[in-house]
Design a protein around this ligand. Structure first.
Ligand code: SF4
Length: 664
């Protein structure tokens, strides 16, 4: 939240206390869903963010300027304007330089916030908090002597630790991304620590960068193993590979654990790391374990009695039974298989030209922005009601030899997630969704501005030419918008030491669900409820009865056309009549909307539709749910309602429906 407040300040240039307070109110309100997850109240969140934001104004007074500001006693002998003369000193710490060797910093311009940069050259991706024009000067006379001036990544850190290794590594890698996106050399990056109110310069040191890229390559080497199946040695192994009970045969896809008690016990990934250690072990790690006299029962079940993390490992995994580890392994492997399919398409953006990909129906090549289309102006800074759809552009084919094929010929349609790139230099400049598609034009809603002036100057720098170029875009279908991360995390949550034990019992251990003896629709006090099921056939009524008597869950299985949607709609109406609130959710938006369409005409209660507004059902651009459609952010699925809104609507909105798909 503090990141968003600071990004809003940088974007607007407004650092007034009252304005910052308003932004804090706004981001806390918009982050309601996240607050619920971590069980923090709105007031507490506001207090916390305000406390951490108290240095923002001073940050601006120190660092936002055309040239670095100096304090009076250093500037007295220098030729400075009065304005500079009175300002505090804009010190930039460099933890790698010698004693007392500091420099001065001015941030003279903001280039972008939350820039998503993909680098095919280095095989890296990163989302930069901000990219700023940094002017760095030597503090010693004669002042000002500029050491460097140019775009640099600025990372905002809210913790206490200053310039830890991981922060430095991240910032250093971001210098590579910035250089690739801006076409200039980027000698350093900046880290701003909000608690110590310190800005640290992180020089891009060649040898360290080489080490980081080496580590990246090593990690990538492991991850590639995930897609490499072991060659079966005989027919038995062939059969075994086909049987997913034990997961497909794959090489180790994670590096060995580092077994450092201090580091591992403070690691944010400890739970998941230990879980994977329990269910799969890299073959070469078996050797190192044996050398360290660690006992191994089987590849899938390490017994670690004397490594430095043995106690932690025991604590995190001792509760897992063999069937549970098999379950995790099987479903993790299935997720990986599905991911491979998505990654296969994703890779094409890096490896295929736009025309080649268009032939496969997954890209619009040779596109230009239609200047006659009125652009949606960016929301006021700090607004989070739709972080993805900030700008709207209409693209048409470029003239002069452009392919004449209809845009409707491929596999792209309204609501699809897309990336907008300029081939080959600027990949994934903006991401968003197709809002409208006709044979000759596509309208997209995206997260970043596509300024032709900025893009032209960057292309000139990247291509080492001053020639004014026509900016030709490619629009690619983004296959892995949401990814499998959340699904994998949900799966893992079942198996953690303090995880979701109730669902573990029901879903993994297959504990039988419990049902009441009496169906409430036929019970004496509530005969009126029976009217809702009067139109159902006996099988449908039986299914409905099972659902209404379930304590845990009830599954309805039916062939297409057997009336499942009708049963679900009837169940919803009955439950609402019983005074209950219903959450209707599905893997796809269309499945949710199909049921809502059934309810639309005769429901006498309110419905709160949560979802990406560009993907919710509409006809000729008009949403049928417009009167009760609540628009929330796409990727992060944030509520746009205030707490008060939600409270006041609790009584009137009795169905909450939402859809989570890989692209929601
Ligand atoms: S817990 Fe796992 S991921 Fe974390 S530091 Fe240790 S070995 Fe690395």
């Amino acid at each position: 939240m503090l990141h968003e407040v600071m990004q809003a300040c940088l974007s607007s240039g407004n650092w007034e206390d009252s304005w910052i307070d308003e932004r804090i109110e706004e981001v806390v309100r918009m982050g309601l869903a996240d607050l619920i997850k971590i069980n923090i109240g709105v007031d507490q969140a506001k207090r916390e963010v305000k406390m951490r934001a108290k240095g923002l104004r001073e940050f601006s007074q120190k660092y936002i300027a055309e040239i670095p500001k100096v304090c009076p006693n250093r500037a007295r002998s220098l030729l400075c304007t009065d304005q500079i003369y009175l300002q505090p000193k804009a010190i930039l710490t460099n933890t790698r330089s010698g004693h007392n060797q500091t420099s001065l910093l001015a941030i003279s311009e903001l280039h972008n916030v939350e820039e998503d940069i993909w680098s095919p050259t280095y095989g890296l991706k990163g989302k930069l908090d901000a990219t700023v024009q940094a002017v760095i000067s030597d503090p010693n006379p004669p002042f000002p002597r500029t050491i460097t001036s140019g775009p640099q990544p600025l990372e905002i850190k809210t913790g206490r630790a200053v310039a830890g290794m991981e922060h430095r590594a991240q910032t250093m890698l971001y210098t590579l991304l910035t250089a690739e996106r801006y076409g200039v050399e980027v000698p350093s990056g900046l880290l701003y620590y909000t608690q110590s109110e310190e800005v640290v310069r992180v020089p891009a040191i060649r040898n360290e960068l080489r080490g980081l890229i080496g580590a990246r390559n090593e990690m990538a080497g492991y991850m590639v193993n995930r897609t490499r199946k072991s060659e079966p040695r005989n027919v038995d192994e062939q059969a075994q590979n086909r049987d997913l009970e034990d997961g497909p045969a794959v090489h180790s896809f994670l590096p060995p654990t580092i077994n450092d008690e201090r580091v591992c016990n403070r690691c944010y990934a400890l739970d998941i790391c230990m879980l994977y250690r329990k269910v799969s072990m890299p073959p070469h790690y078996l050797v190192s374990l044996l050398l360290n006299k660690i006992l191994i029962q089987a590849v899938e079940n390490v017994i670690d009695t004397n490594s430095p993390i043995a106690d932690t490992y025991e604590l995190k995994t001792v509760h897992l039974t063999p069937p549970q580890t098999s379950f995790f392994k099987k479903w993790e492997a299935l997720l990986a298989l599905e991911e491979q399919d998505l990654v296969r398409f994703k890779k094409e953006l890096w490896t295929m030209g736009a025309s080649e990909r268009e032939a496969k129906g997954r890209c619009f090549s040779f596109m230009v922005i239609d200047p006659s289309h009125r652009l949606t102006q960016p929301k006021t800074s700090g607004s989070r009601d739709n972080k993805i759809h900030q700008f709207t552009y209409r693209f048409v084919r470029a003239g002069g030899g452009a392919p004449a094929a209809s845009l409707l010929n491929g596999h792209m349609s309204e609501g699809d997630a897309i990336t907008v790139s300029v081939e080959p230099d600027l990949l994934a400049l903006a991401r968003g969704f197709i809002v409208e598609l006709t044979p000759v034009a596509v309208v997209v809603g995206v997260d970043h501005e596509l300024s032709l002036d900025t893009i032209t100057s960057r292309l000139a720098a990247l291509r080492n030419s001053r020639t004014v170029v026509q900016v030709i875009f490619r629009i690619d279908k983004d296959e892995l918008f949401g990814g499998m991360g959340r699904i994998r995390d949900n799966l893992a949550q079942l198996f953690y030491a303090n995880g979701d034990t109730r669902r573990l019992e029901l879903v993994v251990d297959l504990k039988s669900p419990v049902f009441d003896d009496t169906d409430p629709t036929t019970a004496a006090p509530s005969p009126a409820l029976a009217q809702y099921s009067a139109h159902l056939n006996p099988n449908q009524r039986q299914a409905m009865s099972k659902v209404l008597t379930a304590h845990d869950y009830s599954l309805i299985l039916g062939m297409p056309g057997t009336g499942k949607t009708t049963v679900i709609a009837t169940i919803i109406k009955t439950l609402v009549r019983m005074g209950k609130t219903v959450l209707l959710t599905s893997y796809t938006h269309s499945a949710v909307d199909t049921i809502l369409l059934k309810l639309k005409d005769d429901a006498d209660f309110g419905i709160l539709r949560l979802g990406n507004v560009d993907k919710v059902w509409s006809f000729n651009g008009v949403s049928l749910f417009s009167e009760f459609l609540i628009h929330c952010g796409m990727m992060v699925h944030r509520f746009t309602l205030t707490c008060r809104d939600l409270r006041s609507r609790r009584g009137e909105r009795q169905i909450q429906s939402s859809s989570w798909s890989t692209s929601s």
